[in-house]
Design a protein around this ligand. Structure first.
Ligand SMILES: Cc1cc2nc3c(=O)[nH]c(=O)nc-3n(C[C@H](O)[C@H](O)[C@H](O)COP(=O)(O)OP(=O)(O)OC[C@H]3O[C@@H](n4cnc5c(N)ncnc54)[C@H](O)[C@@H]3O)c2cc1C
Length: 380
């Protein structure tokens, strides 16, 4: 077994780290402060091959492997958690799903636009009564003429502020839960879409989360994959998305650890840097160890995705371990910086708020534990 990156993966990682340092990090505080969707940074990231990372080059993507994608999302999240998750939604939940299940016309139309940053993608699964219980879809797609009429309301749709296309899940066989949901590719300029509420969130501010009201017409050619197969496709997309959220959490946690180490070396009490005290060293040791353990699980899950392995076990383990390790690392960083971290506008204060969402979106930690337990018990 080898843990070494290939020279191509290593070179890509270094180039993304440089882009994150030079382009993303200087904007992170302002994105958080304003809450405005960072479209210009997203377009710059597209120029760096960070939208459509794993999409084949024939469709304008970068054609890279999932390990490279995870490394890139971690590097970006170390600079800005918001930019990292906005990238991951377009990559994992939209572009990859179109590449996986779309018809040739879907791929030819949307993938080059998504990969170039001309179009931003969004993914509308959650509803007021369908969060953790995502199969409880109340949005309806009813046959009307030679297509469908889709009516309903989606909540917390990330990227929706700037998106050109949204994948909308709707019940085509109400009452059949996951067996009767269809995925539709919906351009955001379709008449009948109302952006009803912009989420004012604790962290990952600037993610452009909106509630969306739909009363639209969609043609048969807008069905992604097959009718009634949308829930299965959503779960497929989330399996990749969870690897990306694990990587995002690692970036946030690593940034918190970096800040804690820098502060501990420079801040003195009783004439000694606080890094010389065992109480501080143990917090740093725990964060470094837990993040590295979670990084191994994340890269293992990314490598499983590269081998086309379909079990959700690895991605759920990676997301659970990384999000909780990053949460603890941000908490310890706050303790090490103390008042310097607690001050509004400090980097650690932003990381402390940003990290929390990684335990909620794309399936809460409870959902990840349910998936892990079901798989472990079934295989015992
Ligand atoms: C910043 C942000 C961005 C988001 N972006 C998107 C997006 O782009 N697209 C999208 O579709 N959704 C998005 N979401 C929604 C997100 O996926 C949901 O918030 C998440 O799935 C949880 O659903 P909920 O908030 O309704 O919690 P609930 O389902 O109400 O759950 C509440 C609590 O109960 C627990 N719980 C529920 N059922 C069980 C059970 N059976 N056993 C044990 N515990 C249980 C949950 O784990 C949680 O702790 C986003 C959310 C946030 C915060």
């Amino acid at each position: 077994m080898t843990f070494d990156l290939t020279s191509e993966q290593e070179a890509f990682k270094q180039s993304v780290e440089q882009f994150a340092r030079e382009v993303v990090a200087p904007r992170a505080a302002a994105i958080d402060e304003s809450g405005a969707f960072p479209l210009d940074v997203m377009r710059a990231a597209a120029g760096h091959g960070l939208l459509g990372v794993t999409i084949p080059t024939a469709f304008g993507g970068a054609g890279r492997d999932y390990v490279s994608y995870a490394l890139a999302i971690e590097a970006i999240a170390r600079a800005s958690a918001t930019v990292a998750v906005a990238l991951s939604v377009t990559n994992s939940l939209v572009a990859e799903l179109i590449a996986h299940a779309g018809h040739a016309s879907h791929k030819q139309h949307w993938l080059p636009r998504l990969a170039s940053g001309e179009a931003i993608g969004a993914f509308a699964l959650s509803e007021a009564e369908a969060g953790t219980d995502a199969a409880n879809q109340q949005t309806r797609a009813v046959r009307a003429g030679d297509g469908y009429r889709i009516t309903g309301r989606k909540v917390w749709v990330a990227n929706a502020d700037a998106a050109s296309v949204t994948i909308v899940m709707a019940a085509t066989r109400p009452g059949m839960r996951g067996q009767g949901v269809t995925a539709f590719l919906v351009p955001m300029d379709t008449p009948g879409i109302t952006r009803t509420a912009r989420a004012d969130s604790l962290g990952v501010r600037g993610l452009g989360c909106m509630d969306l009201e739909f009363d639209i017409r969609a043609g048969d050619d807008q069905v992604l994959g097959a009718v009634d197969q949308g829930f299965r496709l959503a779960m497929w997309a989330l399996r990749g998305g969870r690897v990306a959220i694990a990587a995002q959490a690692l970036g946030i946690g690593q940034a918190a650890l970096d800040a804690a180490i820098a502060h501990a070396k420079q801040r003195e009490t009783w004439g000694n840097p606080i890094a010389s005290y065992q109480a501080i060293q143990w917090m740093i040791a725990d964060s470094a160890t837990e993040l590295d353990a979670a990084r191994l699980l994340t890269l293992k899950a990314a490598a499983a995705k590269d081998r086309q392995e379909t079990s959700p076990l690895e991605s759920s383990m990676a997301k659970l371990a990384a999000s909780e390790a990053a949460h603890r690392a941000a908490d310890k960083a706050m303790q090490i910086l103390a008042s310097a971290g607690y001050r509004r506008g400090s980097v650690v204060e932003r990381l402390f708020r940003d990290v929390r969402a990684t335990e909620i979106y794309q399936g809460t930690s409870e959902v990840q534990r349910m998936i892990i337990a079901a798989n472990v018990l079934a295989n015992a």
